[in-house]
Design a protein around this ligand. Structure first.
Ligand code: COA
Length: 302
């Protein structure tokens, strides 16, 4: 046991991380569906989807473990239609199955917009039951995003409206540029933010602020968003991605299982009473401790 204190540092985290990353990124390429391809030598970038409005990029080298999920539907300002929704579902499922993932950065490739919400043009062509089905799918997709075991950071530069804001609310952290605007304008269309917005916004900013934003549909700036706790950081326009990457790198250096267990404990605990919440914390603590014991035994035997 003499070597124990020295093990409780980065080295044990890294070996823990390797343990969890049984699938090396290049192995992912070999096993990947045809939609994925290796794109070669650009620093930090390993693979991405060939086409479609949602791309995944895996960073490499010291950033290995960071995954970027990018929204890329410029002609509709990233509005979420059926194809975009399928892309999001596939991306979330791929990330959920990727044991090499430690942290996800969700951003837009389209300048000055994060996401314009539901595709209102497509919606006009849907029947009432199709609209209902679509909103239900959107809600469950955002729940899957929220349920990813690894932390997610949304990068907002420009507009995050309706479903676009609801997507950002499903992430663990939010970083925005100063010129960003946020709104849930649904009540102006005689509907409600039904893809999790009425539930996640009050949990993040408090019920009173959430009610005002939802009842009025008022657009707020990045500065106001940070002052009410809607985003974690508001940085000069154009710098949000850089800030999010700094946060992602910081998280990526920590013990991967500890980060997952911390997220699980926080999320589970917030939904239940305090005694049950502390049970959830104990469960997460025990899983981390068990992993550390296993690693120490492995280290001592090697
Ligand atoms: N659904 C479908 N198409 C959308 C869209 C949406 N939610 N938001 C934007 N678009 C389309 C526009 O119709 C336009 O298409 P066109 O070139 O065929 O006319 C294109 O995207 C560009 O939009 P435009 O308004 O010209 O861009 P902008 O940079 O001036 O403004 C926004 C961008 C996002 C601020 C603005 O488009 C907007 O407010 N959109 C409405 C968002 C909304 O109300 N969402 C809530 C849904 S509940």
């Amino acid at each position: 046991m003499r070597g124990f204190p020295a093990l409780i540092g980065r080295s044990i985290f890294r070996s823990s991380s390797h343990d969890l990353r049984s699938t090396h990124p290049t192995a992912t390429v070999a096993a990947a569906p045809p939609l994925l391809r290796r794109i070669g030598s650009r620093r930090g970038l390993i693979i991405q989807t060939l086409s479609g409005p949602v791309r995944i990029e895996r960073l490499s080298d010291s950033d290995s473990g960071i995954i970027e999920l990018k929204l890329d539907r410029p002609e509709a300002k990233n509005a979420i239609g059926k194809e975009m929704l399928r892309g999001l579902q596939n991306a979330i499922e791929t990330i959920g199955n990727d044991s090499s993932a430690n942290v996800v950065v969700v951003s837009s490739s389209v300048p000055k917009v994060f996401c314009a919400g539901a595709d209102l043009k497509e919606r006009k062509l849907m029947s009432a039951s199709e609209v209902q089905q679509f909103v239900n799918s959107l809600r469950s997709t955002f729940s899957s995003l929220e349920a990813l075991s690894v932390p997610t950071v949304a990068v907002i530069e420009g507009a995050a409206l309706g479903g676009g804001l609801e997507m950002a609310l499903s992430c663990d952290l939010r970083v925005c540029g100063e010129e960003s605007t946020f709104s849930l304008p649904e009540t102006g269309l005689a509907i409600i933010p039904g893809a999790g917005g009425t539930q996640r916004l009050p949990r993040i900013v408090g019920r009173s602020a959430a009610k005002e934003l939802i009842f009025t549909g008022r657009r707020i700036s990045g500065k106001e968003a940070v002052s009410m706790g809607l985003v974690n950081y508001c940085v000069p326009a154009g710098e949000a991605h850089h800030k999010a990457l700094q946060i992602a790198r910081d998280i990526n250096q920590k013990g991967p299982l500890a980060i997952r267990m911390a997220k699980q404990a926080i999320n589970k605990g917030l939904e239940v009473d305090m005694p049950s919440a502390l049970d959830a914390e104990e469960e997460s603590t025990l899983r981390c401790a068990a992993k550390q014991r296993l690693l120490m035994i492995e280290t001592c035997m090697s």
